[in-house]
Write a protein that binds this ligand. Structure first.
Ligand SMILES: Cc1cc2nc3c(=O)[nH]c(=O)nc-3n(C[C@H](O)[C@H](O)[C@H](O)COP(=O)(O)OP(=O)(O)OC[C@H]3O[C@@H](n4cnc5c(N)ncnc54)[C@H](O)[C@@H]3O)c2cc1C
Length: 103
């Protein structure tokens, strides 16, 4: 599959691994050198490589302490999903279409 960052250049052919659980993710990490990738919205080519670990399926919410504002979740949760959880509880963050892990 061809991938690129937000700048649309360079475009490279990559093998994309998409683990759906932390166990599978840990297994993939044993196999070959990989770069983690989220929504691919970085301005440069920072998430581009021949072997890519797409982490968007690892997006489970685990816990939110609404008094302290501390959220625990898997790395692939988008800020869009995070906002759905925290806004009703009186909290906010500014971006939306990126992953928690990528910031
Ligand atoms: C239109 C636009 C507006 C923006 N506005 C803002 C803004 O207001 N504030 C701001 O701070 N940024 C902003 N950004 C920048 C954006 O937030 C960052 O580039 C962010 O890293 C993109 O997240 P992503 O999930 O698309 O990451 P990707 O582009 O997929 O990856 C970015 C980096 O994170 C690493 N990464 C991804 N997933 C993981 C993971 N699971 N574990 C470890 N590392 C991982 C990648 O290896 C790479 O180095 C904006 C970008 C765009 C395109």
């Amino acid at each position: 599959m061809q991938i690129h960052g937000w700048g649309n250049y360079p475009k490279i052919d990559a093998e994309i691994l998409e683990p759906t659980s932390l166990t599978r993710c840990a297994n993939e990490l044993q196999t070959s050198p990989l770069i983690a990738r989220g929504m691919g919205r970085s301005y440069g080519d920072s998430a581009n490589a021949k072997h890519v670990l797409q982490t968007t399926h690892l997006d489970h919410y685990l816990h939110f302490d609404s008094k302290q504002g501390n959220l625990t979740c898997e790395a692939g949760m988008t800020l869009k999903e995070l906002l759905k959880l925290i806004i009703p509880k009186g909290w906010f963050c500014r971006s939306r279409l990126v992953l928690v892990s990528s910031l």
